[in-house]
Every structure is written in C-alpha cells, then in structure tokens.
Design a protein around this ligand. Structure first.
Ligand code: 5AD
Ligand code: SF4
Length: 433
C-alpha cells in the first residue's frame, strides 16, 4: 500500500516538474513515507530520521518531509519539538504537497494531516519504474474498525475509485508491458462504484489484457461474495489465490477483535471457494497474543491453520496502537508468551508450506518469469499464480515476462525447483477455460 502511495506522490510531484533521484546527497527534497500499523514499523522510521538529521545539519536548505500514517502522530514532535522536518503530510493531503514544498523552500513549515471522505486520487497517474508487476490502488481507507487496528484512524473512511479510471490505468500498464497487476485496498471486497462491485471491477480489469495476471488484496471474510468466487473461477488471468486474514482461531478473540465472523463461517467460505475455484489456495494474517489470549485460544489458531493449510502467512505479535479500542484493553500476554506463540505459529506454517510444496513434486506449474535466480545466472526464477517462487535452468529463448510451464522435481518450504517444459504464450494459457 505504501509503495503504491509513494508512486502516487511521485506522480503528483512529476506533474509539477520534479525529478526522482536515487542520490540522497543530491536531493533538494527528501520525503519519508511512514506506516503505523505495528510498533516496529514506527521504530524503523525513528532510525531513518536520525540519518536525515545529519543530512539536514550538513545541508540545511534540504526540505525534509514525513508522509503517510505517522504524520498525524508525529507532527508536533517532529516540527515543533525536534525541528527535524519541514513538512508533515497525511495520506489524504498529497495533492497539496507541491504547495507545501514551495513554502518550505521559503522557510515555512507545513502541516496537512486532514482526512477526507472523498479523496481517491482518481485522476492521478502514479509514477512507476518499468517492470513486470504494478499495483493499482482501487480504494482507500477502511470502515471495519477491528479493535487492534489503527488504519481507520490514520487512513480514514472507506471510499472507492471509479471503475473507468482503474480500467484506464490497466490500459496504460498493458501498453507499457506490465504482466502482473495487484489491485489494492484495505478491504477490496467492499469496493463499490455506482452499481459495480469488486467482482465487476476484477472482471473488467481481467478483460483489458488477457496476458496480464491479476492479483488482489486484502479480502475481509465478512464481505467475500459468491459472485467474486465465480468471477475468479471464470477468468484464467485472475490468480487462484486469496489472501484472507483470519487473525485468530478463537471465536472469543475474534469477537474481541470485532472481526464479525466465527471460525465456522470462515471455514465455510474456504470450502465454498474450494468448491467453486479449482486449485485455489489461500494466504492469511495472524496475530499472536491479543489481550486475554489464553493457551487454548492459541491452540485454536494452530488448529485453523491445520484445517485450511495456507500457502503463506504473515504472522505478527500483537502490538497496542494508541487510539484503538484494544489499546484500552490490558495488554496482558507477556512479551515472552507472545514470542513463544508466534514462533509456534511460524514453525507450523513452515511445516505446512513444506508439505504443500512436496505435494507439487511431479506436477506442472505455470510461472511468470521474473529474471535470473538470486543465486545463479544459470537459473531463472518465476512465480506461480499462488505466489510461489519456481527455479529452473536458464535457456536463451526464455525472457523475463514469459509464462512458462515447469515440471516440479524438488521443493523446500519456500521454493519450487523444476525443469522447463515449454513457453506458454499468453493467448494459449489465458483464453481457454
Ligand atoms: N498488532 C499486530 N498486528 C496488527 N495488524 C494490524 N494491526 C496490528 C496490531 N496492532 C496486522 C493484522 C493485519 C495486518 C495488515 O497487520 O494481521 O491483517
Ligand atoms: Fe485494519 Fe480490520 Fe480494516 Fe484490515 S479490515 S485495515 S485489520 S480495521
């Protein structure tokens, strides 16, 4: 999400004649895009600010700005007290950034941290480096108010971009040769533009260019519709991969988290998806050590992981966020217990990923070639629909951006290895269903 927002900011600044540099010493303006989702994301920013202070001391005319979710929280501290930064701009005020920068050049400090109910930056084309994969932000904000989460406060109310402008962006990406697009939103399933819901948007994007593979994230279990499942099943260029955060395996904890579903309902969705979409797989987010979580609750989380067998998981220790409802609950699971439980969750996920990958030995997988493998130029690396890395011997007639069919002959918990069978042209892969 923040990479997408950074591209948006670069788009806004490019329109005003600014150029991007990767030489920090040459920069006249340095902007840091921040995230508040968990404690350690915030800690990292404090580290970076220390470095920026040195640059500012050496070259005081450099304009330094903080963007994103930490803006509201940091404005007093950074502008008034520590005097490190010249501007602080929150996620809904990026249009005013050029104006703030102009004022900062003449010595004025700028603060823009208001949230908006309508801003979607619909008309702004993000600045993207050339490449294979791109993000399109399709909505902003979140109305779910999970009790641990700061997003509804830092990014404001849910609002969707227009389907037409998203389709236009798809066309631009297609013309530029992108081969993979991820549609982004905190809760994409509540996307709504007039009569068009997220399933309509997904279908419209998939139809723009059949050789572009479409991914989307994140789905909330409450809003994932059957129509969406059928849409995924019907379009071969929509990845059969759903990121469906479960957060906890305990109904009691889910209720305290205000997640608005039970595990029974969650597993129902998983089963329905498996019945409708052949070969679908799932990834998830899990939080360990939410207030009052008992050992039994934790076991229920391990249990749901066993039942679903996720392809991948993002796993976190609970960290209290100021302003949220859970912040007022007692953070009563000790750090040690949180870590212990998190490690058990990570270990189990690794075992599951290993098992799932072992089951793929002997099967044929289609992957989008991303380039040479990290370890050797004699091997190429691609990624499957389900986001797994596949390594296979390089060959002169295979290029980055090709879809290839690979027969898997070995696997670890993180990577598949195989032999190249053939290059599959997009029209062959993607038009038959
Ligand atoms: N503590 C730990 N994890 C959190 N997440 C969101 N807020 C918190 C928090 N306060 C996790 C959730 C969410 C993901 C993006 O970040 O699992 O799905
Ligand atoms: Fe946060 Fe919940 Fe919204 Fe996700 S759905 S962004 S966890 S409030």
């Amino acid at each position: 999400m923040n990479v997408a927002d950074t591209e948006l900011v670069m788009g806004i600044l490019k329109n005003k004649g600014y150029e991007v540099t990767d030489n920090i010493k040459a920069a006249n303006v340095i902007l840091l895009n921040t995230c508040s989702i968990r404690e350690n994301a915030e800690q990292r920013i404090y580290g970076r600010l220390g470095n920026l202070k040195k640059i500012k001391d050496r070259k005081p005319e450099t304009v330094i700005g903080i963007l994103g979710c930490m803006a509201e929280r940091l404005r007093k501290d950074l502008i008034e007290d520590k005097k490190i930064v010249d501007l602080v701009v929150g996620p809904d005020e990026y249009r005013r950034l050029p104006e703030f920068i102009d004022s900062a050049f003449s010595g004025e400090k700028g603060i823009g941290v208001k949230l908006s109910r309508t801003e979607t930056y619909d008309d702004i084309i993000p600045y993207r480096e050339e490449g294979l994969s791109a993000w399109i932000s399709v909505m902003r904000g979140c109305d779910k108010f999970c009790t641990y989460c700061v997003v509804p406060f830092t990014r404001g109310r849910e609002r969707s971009r227009s389907l037409e402008s998203i389709k236009k962006e798809m066309v631009i990406l297609s013309e530029k040769g992108f081969r993979e697009v991820t549609l982004l939103g905190q809760n994409v399933n509540s996307y709504l533009d007039g009569g068009n819901d997220f399933a309509d948007l997904l279908a419209a994007c998939a139809e723009v260019d059949r050789s572009i593979r479409i991914r989307f994230t994140t789905s909330h279990p409450q809003d994932l519709s059957e129509k969406l499942l059928y849409t995924i099943a019907e379009h071969q260029n929509i990845c059969k991969y759903i990121h469906l955060p479960v957060q906890s395996g305990s109904d009691r904890i889910l209720e305290l988290m205000n997640r608005t579903y039970t595990i029974e309902h969650y597993l129902d969705i998983i089963n329905k998806a498996r019945a409708i979409i052949k070969g679908v797989s799932f990834s998830t987010d899990i939080i360990s050590g939410f207030p009052s979580e008992t050992y039994e609750d934790h076991i229920m989380t391990l249990d749901v992981m066993q039942k679903v067998k996720y392809d991948g998981a993002y796993m976190f220790k609970y960290s209290p966020r100021e302003g949220t409802k859970a912040f007022r609950m007692e953070d009563d699971v000790t750090e040690e217990t949180k870590s212990k439980r998190l490690n058990e969750i990570i270990d189990l996920q690794q075992t599951i990923s290993y098992e799932l990958n072992q089951n793929l030995i002997g099967t044929e997988e289609i992957a989008l070639v991303e380039g040479f493998s990290k370890k050797s130029d004699e091997f190429l690396a691609g990624r499957t629909d389900t986001n797994k890395v596949v390594i296979f011997p390089a060959s002169d007639d295979i290029n980055t951006g090709d879809y290839v069919k690979v027969k898997i002959n070995r696997a670890t918990s993180a990577t598949l290895f195989g032999d190249l069978l053939e290059v599959v042209l997009p029209y062959k892969v993607l038009t038959t269903i």
